[in-house]
Design a protein around this ligand. Structure first.
Ligand SMILES: [Zn+2]
Length: 370
């Protein structure tokens, strides 16, 4: 079954790490349309040659790779599957594989903990949303989650059958018709309310010809009205795939706006000396203490640094010993460490495309809870 990227999965992964900060975890991301076995083979060879000097590590690596290769041999691509993510360590008795309904860049990382950054990014990109297509007597409701499209419900009411036109005045007929449409739309709203609370739908797009979509939005309870991003004028019988891609476009546009508004909020809070942090050190501090409500990161930004094996202090640059407790340190990508802390603390993460303000702030910042 295709994975449904629930937050708890990433949180669980973020809590796993090698207590001795040894490179004992393999994380593999594959693009099912592109990645072939040669990619895995090549990366395996390179990583082996680097780990060769350490008997313990190479032993664990070989066994871990064997279980990954066995999985790849035995599991065919599933219908709708576009990506695959595997987190494994023989020594730590870990093997988790997610079949993804969305594309992911190929990557194989050997590190002191599962490498979760791409997964965290995907979750942000693919929040559960719904598309409702309707006219004045038919509706289709879709729920789209992690690239998976579920055709949840079709509602059709032959609303005019009861009201034969014969003998009726045009005005009376018109009144009845409007009443019947309203009744039908109320049913659709009721159905949406029930479905969406179960599926945790966070965004809604309503599409269809004519006025029905506007009438439906007006009828929705506020909690659904606020989630409705866009009304799109389309033919009711338009192909599913076309409708869903239009809805996706609307969702992406909205996501971009939200992110850039959050960066503006960050800037304003900084100017007011309010509830914001920026730069590596202050952000790390706040995220570790669980004070961060929202973490903003430049997409693709990496920063070489270290983590202390004893006290978990993280900092950029390079050092031999921890300045806090003199413990041993290992080299890490500081940004990945920040993401792991954030996941453990339940901080929301947003990945920001090229943004000059965030660049100025060292690529990281965040809004504080208090
Ligand atoms: Zn330390």
């Amino acid at each position: 079954m295709l994975a449904d990227m629930k937050k708890t999965d990433i949180k669980k992964l973020s809590e796993i790490y090698d207590p001795g900060s040894r490179e004992s975890f393999v994380s593999l991301y594959m693009n099912m349309e592109k990645t072939n076995e040669r990619f895995v083979e090549k990366r395996k060879k390179v990583c082996r040659s680097v780990l060769k000097g350490n008997n313990e590590l190479i032993g664990n690596f070989d066994k871990t790779m064997k279980s990954i290769e066995k999985y790849l041999d035995m599991n065919d691509k599933e219908h709708g599957q576009k990506g695959l993510a595997i987190f494994a360590s023989n020594e730590h008795d870990l093997f988790i594989a997610y079949k993804l309904g969305v594309q992911v860049e190929e990557l194989m990382v050997v590190d002191t903990s599962p490498y979760i950054r791409p997964l965290a990014r995907l979750r942000g990109d693919y929040e559960t949303f719904s598309l409702v297509v309707l006219d004045n007597h038919r509706a289709r409701i879709y729920v789209i989650s992690s690239g998976k499209i579920e055709d949840k419900n079709k509602i059709a009411r032959d609303i005019m059958k009861k009201h034969k036109k014969g003998g009726m005045s045009q005005a009376r007929f018109q009144r009845l018709r409007v009443g019947a449409t309203e009744h039908f739309l109320k049913e659709v709203a009721e159905e949406m309310l029930q479905l969406f609370s179960k599926d945790n739908v966070v965004k809604i797009v309503i599409a269809g010809p004519g006025n029905a979509k506007i009438m439906l939005k007006d009828l929705l309870p506020n909690e659904l009205k606020n989630k409705t991003l866009d009304l799109i004028d389309v033919d009711f019988d338009e192909a599913d795939r076309y409708l869903i891609s239009m809805a996706e476009e609307a969702i992406q546009k909205d996501e971009k706006e939200t992110v850039s508004n959050n960066v503006i909020r960050l800037k304003e809070e900084i100017l007011k000396h309010g509830l914001a942090v920026y730069g590596l050190n202050d952000t790390i501090e706040a995220v570790k203490n669980g004070r961060l409500e929202l973490l903003l990161l430049s997409k693709g930004y990496k920063k070489r640094g270290w983590i202390c094996e004893k006290c978990q202090l993280v900092d950029s640059d390079i050092t031999d010993k921890c300045p806090n407790c003199s413990g041993n340190v290992s080299e890490v990508d500081v940004i990945e460490e920040i993401i792991e802390f954030a996941e453990r603390k339940g901080t929301k993460i947003e990945f920001v495309d090229d943004n000059p303000i965030l660049h100025e702030l060292d690529g990281v910042g965040g809004l504080l809870r208090f």
